[in-house]
Design a protein around this ligand. Structure first.
Ligand code: GAR
Length: 200
């Protein structure tokens, strides 16, 4: 059994998808902790409902980014996780954290990377006029949404889509992609060769 910790900043529907997959027995893992930077995140309620311990590292309570990152690093070390899953964690992680947990941190992003990295990915896809979009689960490196891609799922962008309808369509796929990537990691089936992640 692998030990998973989840980092989330808000609603936590991707976190819930992982909770449900672990609960259903389809992922050989135990979720040991939720870490959040936001004391009002709905993800906290989801953790409590599932009996998962929560650590709040409230960004606003630290004098600067360095102090915040030090506290976050400490919280991450303490939970002794094999895998850290960024599920709607809306901050960029500092190089020190990325290096320490290299190869065992994954993120879900609501676009087909390398298109539309960063914030408001669904809006970016609409404004660009893309005809397909989707989601990407990738390993975290020191760039913004630049790490090796584990898997992607796509959706059409429809003529009358707005940001919300497109986000909702992508979210359905996120809820499949993230638990699937977590499962592959926990089964030891991901092999990273440079930028390419092979699935054994
Ligand atoms: C998801 O769409 C996720 O892909 C996105 O935030 C949303 C969180 O929803 N993440 C990013 O944009 C990261 N750059 P959730 O809290 O319901 O899982």
């Amino acid at each position: 059994m692998k030990r998973i910790a989840v980092l989330a900043s808000g609603r936590g529907s991707n976190f819930q998808a992982v909770i449900d997959a672990v609960g259903a027995g389809s992922v050989p893992a135990v979720i040991v902790r939720l870490i959040t930077d936001n004391p009002n995140a709905f993800a906290i309620e989801r953790a409590c409902n599932a009996g998962i311990p929560v650590t709040v590292v409230d960004f606003d309570r630290f004098p600067d980014r360095t102090a915040y990152e030090a506290a976050l690093l400490e919280a991450m070390r303490e939970c002794g996780a094999d895998l850290f899953v960024l599920a709607g964690y809306m901050r960029i992680l500092g190089a020190r954290i990325v290096r320490e947990f290299s190869g065992r941190m994954m993120n879900i992003h609501p676009a087909l990377l390398p298109a539309f990295a960063g914030l408001h990915a669904q809006r970016q896809a609409l404004e660009y006029g893309a005809k397909v979009s989707g989601c990407t689960v990738h390993l975290v490196d020191e760039g913004v949404d630049t790490g090796p891609i584990i898997l992607q799922r796509c959706v059409p962008v429809l003529e009358d889509d707005d940001e919300e309808t497109l986000a909702d369509r992508i979210l359905v796929e996120e809820h499949k992609a993230l638990p699937e990537a977590v499962r592959l990691f926990c089964e030891g089936r991901l092999v990273v060769e440079g930028r390419r992640v092979r699935i054994r």
